[in-house]
Structures are given as C-alpha cells and as structure tokens.
Design a protein around this ligand. Structure first.
Ligand code: DQA
Length: 142
C-alpha cells in the first residue's frame, strides 16, 4: 500500500504563516509525523510540496507510474481555482481524500467552493494537522 501526500502552494511556510489559522507546526514536522504514523501502520508514504500549478499536475500524473494507491491532498489555494488539478486527479483515477487545515466554511466565501470535493472519497477541513493523520489512517485501511 503506497500513499502519496501532496501539499500545494504556500504550505512550505507552515509554522510562520498565519499560525492562528494554520497552526504552529512546520510542514517538516507534519511530514515527519506522517512518516512515523505510516511506519506504525505498515504503509509506504511519499510526500511532496509545490507552489506551481503545473508542477502539481505533473506530480499527480507521475503518481500513475509510481505505484501510488491513494492520495491525500491539500491543494491549498488551487482547491478554489484549478480545473487543471481537478482534471489531473480525474485522469489518474487514484482515490483521494481532500484535506484542509482550516475550516473552509468559517472563512471567506471564495474558499467555500472546491474543484476537488465532488471527486474526493471524502473531505477533512478544520482539524489542523490532525486531518492529515486521519486521512492517512483511512487510506491505510482502504
Ligand atoms: C487551505 C485553505 C485554502 O483556502 C488556502 O488557500 C490554503 C490552505 C487549508 O489547509 O486550510 O492555502 O487549504
């Protein structure tokens, strides 16, 4: 079982970026915790972060070749804008869970629409970094 965790734009700044909204853990800490959990669960974990839409599309496409069984994705701002990211996820046809650190529905109206949610197995929003762990546990079981 091979799980790919994808982090979209600006998530490299976690820890210092609006900590009241996104929490105080850095992306490296979140990834380290996920790697440790994957070890406990006995699954393979890869993680990737990118700030560019096309790079995210390329990484999703590559998942079809690299044996990825399940994707956990926080597409960040591209969630609300990117038909290309949506189309890439549909094209590879790998099941995915959509994760957001913040609760999108407590925030600005432009964050209430996601191009990904209707394709996702499920959506976790507002649980902070714990949301990634919940998604990983789900992915490991399915
Ligand atoms: C986010 C929410 C998005 O609206 C925002 O653009 C992000 C992060 C979250 O994890 O809460 O960059 O996906």
């Amino acid at each position: 079982q091979s799980i790919l965790v994808l982090h979209g734009p600006n998530l490299n700044l976690l820890g210092t970026r609006e900590p009241g909204i996104y929490g105080s853990l850095t992306l490296a800490q979140i990834n380290d915790n996920l790697v440790a959990l994957a070890g406990e669960l006995g699954v393979k974990l890869q993680h990737w972060q990118g700030n560019h839409e096309g790079d995210l599309v390329d990484r999703i496409q590559a998942a079809r070749q690299d044996g990825t069984d399940f994707i956990v994705i926080n597409a960040a701002a591209y969630t609300h804008t990117s038909v290309a990211v949506r189309d890439a996820l549909a094209a590879v046809s790998i099941p995915f869970v959509e994760v957001h650190l913040s609760n999108l529905y407590k925030r600005e109206p432009f964050r209430h629409h996601s191009y990904l949610s209707d394709l996702a197995v499920g959506l976790i929003s507002g649980l902070g970094a714990d949301g990634y762990e919940a998604a990983l546990r789900y992915a490991a079981r399915h």
